[in-house]
Design a protein around this ligand. Sequence first.
Ligand SMILES: NC(=O)c1ccc[n+]([C@@H]2O[C@H](COP(=O)([O-])OP(=O)(O)OC[C@H]3O[C@@H](n4cnc5c(N)ncnc54)[C@H](OP(=O)(O)O)[C@@H]3O)[C@@H](O)[C@H]2O)c1
Length: 246
Amino acid sequence: MSGTDRTGIAVITGGTAGVGLALARRLAERGERVVVCGRDRDRLAAADALPGIEAVRCDLSVESEVVSLTEQLRTRGGIRLLVNNAAVQFEYRLTAHDPADLLRTMDTEIGTNLAGPVKLTALALPLVLPGGLIVNVTSALALSPKRSAPLYCATKAALRSYTTALRHQLAEDERGIRVTEAVLPLVDTAMTAGRGSGKISPERAAAELLRGMDRARPVIRVGKVRALTVLHRLSPALVARLLRDG
Ligand SMILES: NC(=O)c1ccc[n+]([C@@H]2O[C@H](COP(=O)([O-])OP(=O)(O)OC[C@H]3O[C@@H](n4cnc5c(N)ncnc54)[C@H](OP(=O)(O)O)[C@@H]3O)[C@@H](O)[C@H]2O)c1
């Protein structure tokens, strides 16, 4: 991606809050046409009011809404950048939870974090322009899970695996579409409200993401994730202990 090549739109799922919104703002400031999606109407309206940003309602955990989002994107011209950023994280103990609630929670988490981005990518792929970029946002918790959010960590590990395979597939495609995994550390957003320490701001996360995209990195490791990855190569057991109770 180049900061000066502005052909096509940039699509950011979950671009109405947190890291996604910070990234949408940065891209719009560069003069890009940005389309964001989310569920909450107030957040959508606030994002839509920003210059250069168009907000479209879509619940990624609902397949028909993913199809409808793709149809809307088709009318906006080609896609230069697709950032699969939206996610939810639920904390629960499997041994102390109402089973019916748990099933609903699990559907939402798998739908938003894994099935949604995978389906959106498949449907939107024909719209991605030659030389375009697909970025899937994962987490340090894809390296090793924390016990309080087992399914969140599993969806991120699965998305990591999918991203790598997609990169291998698209390396053989003549359109030259690149695929990047963006691995985030703890960021100070609604997702982490009331927990964790040493968080970075969404603006800093977005700035590092943008730098990594501009440099065409296949994997962008933000903040502490770089050191954590090196440590994980040396001692997976130590990283497992560090992240388990996070
Ligand atoms: N925050 C962290 O510490 C951290 C760490 C590692 C990785 N990450 C990853 O970074 C990404 C951004 O996280 P964040 O902290 O910025 O989250 P956030 O502040 O909670 O924002 C999440 C965004 O996703 C949207 N969203 C949630 N469920 C959706 C659904 N079913 N369909 C469509 N949009 C949906 C939300 O809007 P609505 O609620 O209105 O739909 C919102 O715009 C995620 O992939 C997350 O896993 C975050």
